[in-house]
Write a protein that binds this ligand. Structure first.
Ligand code: CTP
Length: 435
């Protein structure tokens, strides 16, 4: 019996898929199809897949051409499959020409002509909503949103506005955005989603304006250090039924969610200590203190909770600007210490000590793709990691896409009460005198 194998995502099953399966079958007596698993697609940056795995398998099965269906779950699985299923021929469309030549050592490698004029990408573009993103910025750097949004179907940065014409010029030269606007109001009108990328001093007003116009907003976080303003933004987003989403990519990244699962689910026992330090060397941004504090306070609130008994906050200021802050929170069963260096550099690290294990993230932990788990009584270190290219903005946009599809406006990445609590802490810090 001659066995043939082929692979694909088979999203929005179409004529091209049917044709390749039919022709693949002609190369043998038994056809095996590997359908990509959801995590595998997400890991390789294919974030736009519409149909879930069960639907895609069902559609492949319904062709009546297939003898066996398997799930492709990781990079490098193909060689193992060829050996395991004793495959004679590997068939794939010629969009992959040359990419699988190394498999010819294991079986016949056959590239077939693709069916012209159809693809899942094209069907997704034709059949689903398209969202135009507009950026309002005071810095000539897009935080990779332009490149990363292209990876999520239906999302594209089309518009740009900067108050400072010089910055706008440099930005435009770098990224060549389709539409440049002379007024923020005009850009809002032409956008579905506004990305607010500017210093904390201006964020609140820009966000307010966009929400009032009924637009969804992604904003560099925090929006403000005044809790009344934060409450107002949340209220307005609800009234206008639009999404108000913090640009905190960490919460949309797989490995960070594993860390949360372990700590919140008691897998490292009772948490005794949460300790983190953060500073960034970024001369181009002013008032980074609040951004850095937000990145540190969020995991603390998620892991230790919001019911601390006492907060001891100390700051060092240079004029009005905070250079360094040390925040100590006493919880009923543990303690959290956060050190934030704005002008003053501190070594970046995050450590969570539980009665049954310690988790460590080193260096730029807020964008880390890896953490260590140290178990008591052993010197072994378990590593948990995830791999992806870029800074993870695509995962945040994907989360927004899911919310839009499900008609939800409440983000479960950063909960509303967490956003508010962070701003309340920042407000206190802002009001204390330098010590
Ligand atoms: N295929 C084909 N003809 C097409 C589209 C796909 O022969 N018009 C083949 C591919 O070459 C591959 C298999 O079908 O061997 C599964 O392809 P898949 O990537 O799932 O489909 P695409 O339509 O190419 O999806 P996308 O646009 O998301 O890349």
């Amino acid at each position: 019996m001659k066995k043939v194998i082929t692979y694909g995502t088979f999203d929005l099953f179409h004529k091209g898929h049917y044709n390749i399966l039919k022709r693949a079958k002609e190369y043998g007596d038994y056809l095996i199809v590997g359908v990509t698993g959801e995590n595998y697609d997400i890991g390789r940056g294919k974030l736009s897949v519409h149909d879930n795995l069960a639907t895609r398998i069902e559609n492949v099965k319904n062709t009546g051409l297939v003898d066996e269906i398997i799930v492709e779950e990781y990079l490098g699985q193909k060689i193992g499959d060829i050996i395991k299923y004793d495959v004679d021929s590997f068939v794939i469309g010629n969009d992959w020409k040359g990419k699988f030549d190394h498999l010819s050592r294991y079986c016949n490698m056959i590239y077939l002509e693709r069916t012209k004029g159809i693809s899942s990408t094209q069907l997704r573009e034709e059949n689903f909503n398209q969202y135009n993103i507009g950026i309002i910025c005071d810095i000539e750097d897009d935080n990779q949103i332009i490149k990363e949004s292209k990876l999520v179907n239906g999302f594209n940065v089309k518009n740009i506005y900067c108050e400072d014409k010089k910055i706008l010029e440099i930005f435009q030269e770098k990224y060549n955005v389709e539409n440049v606007f002379n007024s923020y109001e005009d850009m809002i009108k032409k956008s579905d989603i506004i990305y607010v990328r500017c210093s904390i001093m201006k964020r609140y007003n820009y966000i307010l304006q966009a929400l009032k116009a009924g637009k969804h907003v992604i904003y560099d976080s925090p929006a403000t250090f005044k809790s009344e303003e934060m409450k107002e933004l949340i209220k307005l987003s609800k009234e206008n039924n639009v999404i108000l989403m913090e640009n905190i990519k960490m919460v949309h990244i797989y490995v960070f969610n594993q860390l949360l699962w372990m700590t919140q689910g008691g897998l490292i026992g009772d948490i005794l200590s949460f300790n983190c330090s953060i500073s960034k060397n970024d001369e181009s941004r002013s008032n980074l203190f609040y951004d850095l504090s937000t990145l540190s306070l969020l995991p603390m609130l998620k892991i230790m909770g919001q019911d601390y008994e006492k907060a001891d906050l100390k700051v060092t200021k240079d004029g009005e600007e905070i250079e360094f802050a040390s925040m100590n929170f006493v919880y009923p069963k543990g303690r959290a210490v956060i050190n934030v260096g704005n002008k003053i550099r501190v070594g970046n690290q995050l450590e969570i000590i539980g009665t049954e294990g310690t988790i460590r993230m080193k260096d730029d932990w807020w964008r880390s793709k890896i953490f260590e788990l140290h178990k008591p009584g052993t010197s072994d270190v378990e590593l948990y990691n995830t791999n992806f290219e870029g800074n993870g903005f695509k995962y945040l946009i994907k989360a927004m896409s899911t919310m839009l599809n499900n008609n939800r406006i409440d983000s479960m990445g950063v909960f509303e009460d967490e956003s508010l609590k962070i701003v309340e802490i920042l407000e206190k810090i802002n009001n204390i005198e330098s010590k």
